[in-house]
Design a protein around this ligand. Structure first.
Ligand SMILES: [Zn+2]
Length: 671
């Protein structure tokens, strides 16, 4: 190592030491190059910005952020990268800006020369081939991260409400290992940008002084339609652009002087609702969408009887043009829908122009979302507008979703959106039970990458690593290699199962085909039979996925899956490492089975509130689930804190809270 070790080099040396220790049963000697006795061994690995690397002609200190080199020169193997003075603490935080080039060089070497793979959090997910020695030929690789931002929003949960895990220690161990896995899979970001619903506070701040900033509703008033936080903006109002740019300038004065400054982009992401402004000027910006004439909301026929009924959920849902991340009691309808994409693009372009008066690097960043998800019809996305695309998809991700996604994303690209952020919500699907829809998603991920995707933020990592082992590995691995697809990910995972690979492959097939048999309609149908929680969510929605467990799986699914895992254990023939991996898969499955039993018993008891026997059966089923989780929680199976919290809040399961923070029911994180 260099005489003076940087934060990334230190972390990289720890990772190399750890994996060499696992491979050889003995940790290597690590010394500063000033203390290196070159006569002791003929070969050395030089990690980081050593003088030796510079002397060997490597471009030390000249690599781009996150770039890395793995190269042999003479008797030395050199691992160097663009680290930009990233500190040790910054390296460890996967959600903060950090340049980990040297670490990525080490990971590249571990994967390609040492055959290491990381399948899931914790030691059983680490595939490190045992060896007595290793030999390498000439190597010369140079690489970078194709996407400058790639991560899941995280559910830490346990910081705010202590539930699910039996102690702070087991919770922390889980979150630490999960983060380590994400680092090893190169999740991270080299440049941040400000995004997320950014007008939520505006009504409170400007509602009285500047009503012209806000949406004109069909009742002739500029006011919130449901609650102030989701009041939308009159995007064609010039004083709105100026106000937003003023706020941005104040923000940038601070942000530009931080250690790793973000992009100087103006956050134009609207409130979390469909765009609603009916004013003449906004309407004149809209594209020639024939649905405006047919929609009662937009064609003026509502003006007289626009009342509470319209201020409710129906409006938001009806205008959302097919968004599937909420499953609704009313059948999905586009009765009121029309596309507002043209007016929003116009808005973003205008804000960008205003901001560029102050900073030539400025751009505007805004959503393609709800009723402005379809590509604009007449307004081209300007060169200084960045689009965050939020696909409508949730569960299942089928051929129809894929076709819709490609039509919409491809349409935006054709209308000039050359830089797009991909910001899906479908990772919230499936709770902590086995699903796998990564194959089709990753085909479309590759399509997105070849059509302008430069960043990906996924909402959210629910941490069901065992139950969704294949799905989550494929999704996680793709973030650093968007063109790689699903099949190679399957090969990666199976490589950890030796002689059991065939049976495990059939287990993954079974999960995948079970997922694929669902349609949006059939899933919604079981959801309607399982409405739960204080929000009266249709079962299977992202807050209450476990409400549908009784209908989503049947007993045969578990019998068949267990049979395959039993077969895998027999095939593993006492190879302890492989048996441990098969048993890891079984834990998520067993958790789901116990969760299903619990849900069935809960429904039976709810249907007969006076039946003590049914209540007792439910109590026993719930206890079995909780006891089981306690017995496996140290094995990095699942983010039980998150799942228990939502089961408690939205399915009504009586999880015991160890201690609660301020707002235990809202654990959404990200923006
Ligand atoms: Zn307007």
């Amino acid at each position: 190592m260099p005489e003076k070790v940087g934060g990334v080099e230190k972390f990289a040396s720890e990772e190399l030491t750890y994996h060499f220790g696992k491979a050889f049963g003995k940790k290597p000697d690590i010394v500063g190059e000033d203390k290196l006795n070159t006569s002791r061994h003929p070969f050395h690995i030089y990690l980081g910005a050593t003088k030796a690397a510079a002397a060997a002609g490597l471009p030390v200190g000249k690599l781009a952020d996150e770039e890395h080199i793995v190269k042999t020169v003479g008797n030395g193997l050199y691992l160097i990268g663009g680290d930009a003075d990233t500190t040790y603490d910054e390296v460890k935080n996967v959600w903060g800006v950090a340049m980990r080039g040297t670490l990525y060089a080490a990971y590249d070497f571990l994967e390609n020369e040492m055959g290491v793979k990381w399948l899931w959090p914790g030691p059983t997910g680490e595939v490190v081939p045992k060896r007595k020695s290793f030999s390498i030929g000439e190597i010369s690789r140079r690489g970078g991260e194709p996407m400058e931002l790639r991560y899941y929003f995280n559910f830490l949960c346990n910081d705010k409400v202590k539930v699910g895990f039996t102690s702070d220690e087991t919770a922390k161990a889980f979150f630490d290992e999960q983060q380590k896995l994400l680092l090893r899979q190169r999740h991270g970001l080299r440049r941040d940008f400000k995004s997320g619903h950014s007008f939520s506070h505006w009504w409170k701040k400007y509602g009285k002084s500047h009503p012209e900033y806000f949406n004109l509703l069909p009742n002739g008033k500029r006011m919130p339609h449901r609650s102030p936080e989701i009041c939308t903006i009159c995007v064609s109002e010039p004083s709105v652009w100026k106000q937003r740019v003023e706020e941005w300038r104040a923000w940038w004065r601070e942000a530009s002087s931080t250690r790793h400054p973000p992009h100087p982009w103006v956050n134009c992401c609207e409130s979390d609702a469909a765009g609603l402004c009916t004013c003449e000027r906004c309407r004149s910006w809209d594209g020639p969408d024939p649905r405006f004439e047919k929609s009662k909301y937009w064609n003026g026929s509502l003006a007289k009887d626009f009342d509470e009924k319209w201020l409710g959920k129906k409006l938001a849902v009806g205008l959302s043009a097919g968004g599937r991340w909420t499953i609704t009691k009313e059948p999905p309808s586009d009765e009121f829908a029309a596309s507002l994409s043209d007016r929003y693009v116009h808005f973003y372009n205008n804000v960008a122009a205003e901001a560029k008066r102050y900073n030539p690097e400025a751009k505007a960043i805004g959503y393609a979302y709800v009723n402005y998800i379809e590509p604009p019809l007449k307004t081209r996305v300007g060169p200084d507008t960045v689009i965050i695309f939020v696909p409508r998809s949730y569960f299942p991700y089928d051929g129809e979703e894929s076709a819709t996604f490609r039509k919409q994303w491809g349409g935006w690209a054709k209308m000039g959106a050359t830089r797009m952020v991909y910001r899906p919500n479908y990772m919230l699907a499936g709770g902590n039970h086995p699903i796998d829809m990564a194959r089709l998603i990753l085909d479309d991920f590759a399509f997105a990458y070849t059509n302008g995707m430069f960043a990906c933020q996924q909402d959210s990592l629910t941490g069901a690593w065992s139950a969704q082992a294949m799905h989550l590995y494929a999704m996680t691995r793709a973030m650093r290699d968007p063109l790689r697809g699903y099949e190679k990910a399957r090969t990666d995972v199976l490589s950890g199962f030796g002689k059991a690979a065939d049976a495990v492959n059939r287990y993954f097939n079974m999960v995948e085909s079970h997922t694929a048999k669902w349609t949006f309609e059939s899933y919604r149908a079981i959801g309607l039979k399982n409405i739960t929680g204080c929000m009266n969510d249709v079962g299977g929605s992202f807050r209450n996925p476990n409400a549908v467990l009784g209908d989503f799986f049947d007993e045969r699914f578990f019998t068949n899956c267990y049979a395959l895992l039993d077969e895998a254990v027999r095939a593993a023939a006492n190879d302890a490492e492989i048996v441990a991996r098969v048993e890891y898969l079984r834990k998520g499955l067993r958790d789901t089975e116990l969760g299903r039993n619990c849900r069935i018993a809960q429904k039976a008891s709810d249907a007969a509130p006076d039946d003590k026997a049914k209540k007792a059966t439910y109590d026993v089923a719930f206890k079995a689930l909780v006891d089981y989780r306690a017995s496996v929680e140290g094995d990095f199976v699942c983010n039980y804190a998150h799942h228990a919290n939502w089961e408690r809040s939205f399915v009504g399961w009586p999880h015991k809270v160890r201690s609660a923070g301020k707002k235990p029911e809202t654990q959404m994180l990200g923006e």
